[in-house]
Design a protein around this ligand. Structure first.
Ligand code: SF4
Length: 715
């Protein structure tokens, strides 16, 4: 049949899951409005016609019989807590949207009046990365209510703040230029698993003779494919970066001209780096001094050299400093000057959407508070729900997240969520671990069922995501939900009646020339025509973008800052240093002997997808397993396939031992799953703490000590 007669029409959408790639997605929809096919857009320069394994099967998610499709209210007398998977709905009764909205509006209003509006806590993150879905009408609603503000730290603030302290703008090497690199260091970056559209660039670079070095305590899929896998001890990245700096300075391998022209603080950094000779760094990292010298020389003398840094390294007690130190390396060698060289942590700073108009922080001053509301750190949800006072949290509103599974210090979080006096609303697509604790559950749309705009943190294209299909059942978008709630509760501002389409236009209404000229002139009409638009960087229209090649820093000094006055003013060390995490092998007084990596599953997206059969099938060899080195297993009498308990003072989880050398001795690893799908009913976060990173107030998932014991076989 000729394409013009095809019964399918194609809609351009954008994957809104928490992933750097922000893929351009083509959805083929039949004449009944049902999506029949989903594919990567072959014309998109980063998506290049393919989707990852997680989203290639997305229609099974959208049309899953397990989708939450109607508002539900907990039945009287049913206590909050884990519900049997697949039978959750039995504990709830279906209600209409009118009943749901009225109940929520009344409860939030009365809680705000009785306990103060800050007793209401929103909890959301990047389960939806669309500009509107991530933060727009929801923020208006909670600001106008006077609810506590949420410090959204769970993923990236330590690394983000660290990068900004050096560069002032969150830009990085363009994904589309990595193929030019002759050396690529994947530092805490499992590119093959989590940035799959960067991977073809790496392959092309390697075909052209580039070397791939992976620095990661764990043997990831990417590490298996590397020319050199350096399995350093967890939490020692700052030491390694400082050791590399030591060699670079000592051997005169720094780019003096670039440093003189574009940086401040090199002299002070050189003095600091003297404290980290390779022999000292070797003792911290587990590498040999010779390997550290080889790595430093190879990095400093190969051009172009690109580092793909990912957020894993900043989820340690010293994670901010570690990210800072690694981020300084291309500044020291001038790697930014070479097309294909530099470093990529995130490209998100390139995008500017009009957050003032979308989020309306001014509405806090129209709230009963009449001031900016207190800020609660989402990485300390357990503390917020069990200890915070003045006022205590009395209502929790969860959307775009599953804190029951992903928040650290899980037992405390769940104890808090089980409080009978806590009113909890969960807006979700599925019956997650968090929904089990809800008073009211609301059905949420997937990215096929609403329109949105999207930037990216792994490329430089802004995209419009058109609505491909009608919402399933009675699922509704965040914009609709919070607009309706604002109206029900009686907020007089007209902004609560804005439509999705009006808000899309608002998002693009402001892009100041001085800070974001690359967004200037990009309009909704253009995006409607073209779907995806590359940001306009200075120079020829198709010229490659090279951040920091010739300045462009957004720091107070206008230079790349090895020495940060801003950090010094906060009482922090203005130069990087290595302070071993308390929860690590470096602590002689530690209570538990093994370093635990609660990793994300390659085929899930944090906790998203964990409940779906196709994804479970892809994960079946690793999920529910404790990966342990043969030496550590032998010492405990553990054999392959034994049931083991992993424990510390915060909790214990039950797993099946999987003995191999992909984890170094002294380190054990397991993957994040839903609690209700885990053998002992708890996942890796039963072991993690609420301790925060040195910079950025982030969680320290990877500074976790545990021990392991075999569970005796009974029967
Ligand atoms: S999860 Fe990432 S790689 Fe997969 S489709 Fe979405 S944006 Fe693309």
């Amino acid at each position: 049949m000729p394409p013009s007669e095809s019964p399918l029409h194609v809609v351009h959408a954008v994957c809104s899951h928490d992933c750097p790639d922000s893929c351009a997605v083509l959805v083929s929809v039949d004449t009944n409005g049902r999506a029949q096919k989903i594919a990567g857009d072959p014309d998109h320069p980063v998506t290049r016609g393919f989707l990852c394994g997680k989203v290639a099967q997305y229609l099974e998610r959208v049309y899953s019989p397990d989708r939450l499709l109607y508002p539900m209210r907990r039945r009287a007398g049913i206590a909050k807590g884990p519900l049997p998977s697949g039978r959750e709905a039995e504990s709830f009764e279906r209600i209409t949207w009118d009943e749901a909205l009225d109940t929520i509006a009344q409860r939030l209003a009365s809680i705000a009046e009785k306990h103060g509006p800050e007793s209401v806590l929103p909890y959301s993150y990047a389960g939806n990365m669309g500009v509107l879905g991530y933060g727009s009408m929801d923020r208006r609603f909670f600001h106008r209510l006077g609810a506590s503000q949420l410090d959204r730290t769970i993923c990236a603030t330590a690394g983000g703040d660290a990068f900004l302290s050096v560069y002032g703008r969150k830009l990085g090497t363009d994904t589309e230029q990595f193929h030019r690199a002759r050396l690529i260091i994947a530092w805490g970056a499992n590119i093959h698993g989590t940035s799959v559209h960067l991977w073809p660039q790496i392959e092309e670079a390697c075909r052209n003779g580039a070397r791939l070095i992976v620095i990661d305590p764990y043997q990831t899929r990417t590490a298996k494919l590397a020319d050199w896998h350096i399995a350093i001890h967890p939490g020692t990245d700052a030491a390694l970066a400082l050791g590399m700096m030591h060699v670079i300075f000592a051997e005169g391998l720094q780019d003096r001209a670039y440093i003189d022209q574009h940086t401040i603080g090199a002299k002070e950094l050189a003095e600091r780096a003297k404290e980290y000779p390779p022999e000292r760094v070797a003792a911290s990292t587990g590498m040999t001094a010779g390997e550290i010298r080889t790595l430093a020389r190879e990095y400093a003398t190969t051009k172009p050299a690109a580092i793909r840094l990912n957020y894993g390294i900043q989820r340690c007690e010293n994670g901010g400093t570690a990210a800072r130190a690694v981020c300084m390396l291309p500044l020291l060698t001038g790697a930014w000057k070479d097309l294909g060289g530099g470093l990529q942590l995130s490209t998100s700073g390139a995008f500017r959407f009009d957050s003032q108009t979308l989020e309306r922080p001014d509405l806090m001053y129209a709230s009963p508070l009449g001031r900016s509301a207190r800020v609660v750190n989402m990485a300390r949800l357990g503390h917020a729900l069990t200890e915070l006072n003045d006022p205590p949290v009395k209502a929790l509103f969860v959307y775009n997240s599953n804190p029951g599974a992903i928040a650290p210090n899980q037992n405390t979080v769940l104890r808090g969520m089980a409080r009978p006096d806590l009113f909890t609303v969960v807006h979700e697509q599925f019956w997650t671990d968090t929904a089990d604790y809800a008073d009211i559950v609301l059905p949420a749309t997937t990215f096929l069922e609403h329109a949105d705009l999207q930037g990216a943190y792994g490329h430089y294209h802004v995209q419009l995501s058109d609505q491909a299909i009608a919402p399933l059942g009675e699922a509704r978008s965040n914009v609709w939900l919070f607009g309706q709630l604002g109206q029900r509760i009686g907020f007089p501002e007209a902004c609560f009646r804005d439509t999705e389409q009006q808000m899309l236009a608002q998002a693009l209404s402001d892009s100041p020339q001085e800070t974001h000229p690359q967004m200037d002139g990009i309009t909704l009409d253009q995006l409607r025509r073209e779907h995806s638009v590359r940001l306009h960087w200075a120079g020829e229209p198709d010229a490659p973008f090279q951040p920091f090649a010739n300045g462009g820093f957004g720091t107070p000094s206008g230079k790349g800052e090895f020495y940060s006055v801003a950090l010094a003013e906060q009482g922090l060390d203005p130069l990087p240093s290595f302070k071993p995490p308390k929860e690590s092998r470096h602590n002689a007084d530690r209570a538990y002997p093994l370093e635990f990596l609660g990793r994300k599953a390659d085929n899930y997206m944090n906790s998203t997808f964990a409940n779906l059969a196709p994804h479970q099938k892809m994960e079946k060899t690793r999920i529910g397993k404790l990966e342990i080195h043969p030496d550590d297993a032998d010492r405990r009498g553990i054999r392959e396939g034994d049931t083991v308990e992993v424990f510390n003072d915060r909790g214990r989880i039950r797993l099946v031992a999987q003995i191999h050398t992909g984890v170094p001795a002294g380190v054990v690893a397991s993957r994040l799953n839903w609690n209700k799908l885990s053998a002992g009913g708890s996942n890796v976060n039963a072991l993690t703490s609420e301790r925060l990173t040195d910079i950025g107030r982030g969680p320290t998932f990877y500074s976790t000590l545990v021990d392991v014991a075999r569970v005796p076989h009974v029967g």
